[in-house]
Design a protein around this ligand. Structure first.
Ligand code: PLP
Length: 362
């Protein structure tokens, strides 16, 4: 019998390792491993979700029309150039499958978001991971890595898992240094959390530069990771391509309703930003005071550096013993680090107390 085999490149892909959500023997879990918002889902989104129950036999609106209009109104964008997806991961998949593929190269920064690597390989691209300086994307090195077969460059800004925000002037220099036929994908999953006033999540560059796209998500500040809703903002010619190949009903009826309601939730984003800005700083200060190096973050998480993999592992165990789940960074080549989501004040204090005691003991 002949063995059934996938395309050879598929076997080079390691499955995405999601943040854990359980610890054996511990009942009360504090999940700080997936950068989900600190406040649960918006109440209005929960109500809208429940309301769709009686409509579950209906196909969703394939164009996510109401949601695209709500996004357009909220962010001042043309709804015709917005496309919604089952998470921004789906948007990324369609972009890379449409414009990447066999014989092309996709460039990412060494510690960029793993999905660029997984999806790039899936599409058949050669994925080039460009070395960083001090966990910062190196614009000159990325530009130097561009070759005739390069079709895409994916940049998460702020980046996950480092939290680093590439300054706007550097993003502009990156775009200006790319050929027009190299797509720049600006993944702004954490845009709302950024406090730097010069930051542009990407919309201005989509409108002013060639072949630049922005992806966004409802999974982080809007608290809807379980619903799988994301979106992208594109030049018209790219929106046209993605609309040809996406699933005709790619965003389900409950997800569309919940996302529309999340956008309408009064004060939600403001409250979440204020909380994150305050507690990101408080948690960072407490961990630094305990002797842990914290990388600067503009997201809703911190990258805590324990210098050695052994110490990071022991810190992870100390947290787990108190039911706190954070994200190990071995898969990102940073086994000496843990990524910790900024949770509620109580959760941040639990992390700070646990890690202070841990650092005292080692
Ligand atoms: C969380 C995250 C996303 C969002 O993915 P969804 O599929 O929308 O849930 C995208 N990019 C980065 C860098 C992220 O951290």
């Amino acid at each position: 019998m002949n063995a059934m085999l996938p395309r050879p490149t598929i076997l080079t892909i390691e499955p995405y390792a999601p943040g854990a959500s359980k610890v054996a023997g511990v009942n009360r879990i504090t999940k700080l491993s997936s950068n989900e918002g600190a406040f649960g889902p918006p109440p209005g989104a929960m109500a809208a979700f429940i309301e769709t129950a009686a409509e579950l036999h209906r196909y969703p609106d394939g164009g996510s029309t109401e949601l695209r209009e709500a996004i357009g109104a909220r962010f001042g964008l043309d709804p015709a150039r917005i496309i919604c997806g089952a998470g921004s991961d789906e948007i990324l998949l369609h972009l890379i499958m449409s414009y990447g593929g066999e014989g092309t190269e996709l460039i990412m920064s060494a510690h960029g978001f793993t999905m660029y690597d997984i999806t790039g390989r899936y599409a058949g691209c050669q994925v080039i991971k460009v070395p960083e300086r001090d966990l910062k994307p190196d614009v000159d090195a990325m530009l130097a890595a561009v070759g005739p077969r390069t079709r895409m460059l994916c940049l998460a800004n702020p980046n996950n898992p480092t939290g680093y925000l590439l300054p706007q002037s550097e993003v502009a220099r990156l775009r200006a240094g790319l050929r027009d036929d190299v797509m720049l994908v600006l993944d702004a999953a954490y845009a709302e959390y950024v406090t730097d006033p010069t930051y542009d999540a990407g919309a201005a560059m989509v409108d002013s530069a060639p072949n630049t796209v922005m992806t966004r998500t409802f999974s982080k500040i809007f608290g809807l990771g379980g619903m799988r809703v994301g979106w992208g903002y594109f030049p018209a010619h790219i929106a046209d391509i993605i609309n040809r190949i996406r699933g005709p009903f790619n965003v389900n009826i409950a997800a569309q309703a919940a996302a529309v309601a999340a956008l309408a939730e009064p004060g939600w984003v403001e409250k979440s930003i204020a909380h994150n800005t305050e507690w990101r700083a408080r948690l960072a200060a407490a961990l630094e005071a305990a002797g842990i190096r914290i990388w600067p973050s503009e997201g809703n998480f911190l990258l805590a550096d324990f210098t050695t993999a052994e110490r990071a592992k022991a810190a992870d165990a100390a947290l787990k013993a108190r039911g706190v789940i954070v994200r190990g960074m071995g898969g990102y080549g940073l086994p000496h680090c843990l990524r910790i989501t900024v949770g509620t004040g109580e959760e941040c204090n639990l992390v700070a107390d646990t890690l202070s005691a841990f650092m005292h003991a080692v």
